[in-house]
Design a protein around this ligand. Structure first.
Ligand SMILES: [Zn+2]
Length: 138
């Protein structure tokens, strides 16, 4: 067994562009927003310059509750970046948000498909990450 004193790599942080800047800014305030097409009203994620459903170029930001239902998930067993090596295994879920839109983010625990989840905001030094966590059954 070998040991190393090499520092743990820093996870890469998002690089917002003009389409995604609002999403990242609102996450910093612990709010979930999605782009919504001004023509067909459909929400989309990730942020894109035009609507993937009707190709309309104009959009607005809509606040979402951040709650939803697990549509699918994967469990990552091999880190794509050395900065996440200590995190494996971890789960990435696709969640159908209440009010429309489907969002992809890490999930704190593996909840089954169909489980109700809500947002868990993880504050890093200069950005905030959205993760999902399973909601308690009522
Ligand atoms: Zn559209």
């Amino acid at each position: 067994m070998t040991t190393t004193d090499a520092p743990t790599p820093t996870p890469p942080k998002p690089v917002p562009d003009e389409d995604s800047a609002g999403y990242w800014e609102q996450l910093r305030e612990h709010r979930v927003v999605l782009q919504a097409c001004t023509e067909c009203d459909r929400r989309r994620f990730p942020a894109t310059p035009a609507c993937p459903y009707c190709a309309h170029p104009h959009w607005r930001l809509e606040q979402a509750a951040g709650t939803g239902t697990v549509y699918s998930f994967i469990v990552v067993h091999r880190a794509f970046d050395p900065a996440f090596a200590a995190d494996v295994p971890y789960t990435v879920a696709t969640v159908d948000l209440d009010g429309g839109g489907r969002l992809i983010a890490r999930m704190d625990l593996t909840a089954p498909i169909g489980a109700r989840v809500g947002p868990h905001f993880v504050d890093h030094t200069d950005w905030t990450e959205l993760r999902f966590q399973e909601l308690e059954a009522s």
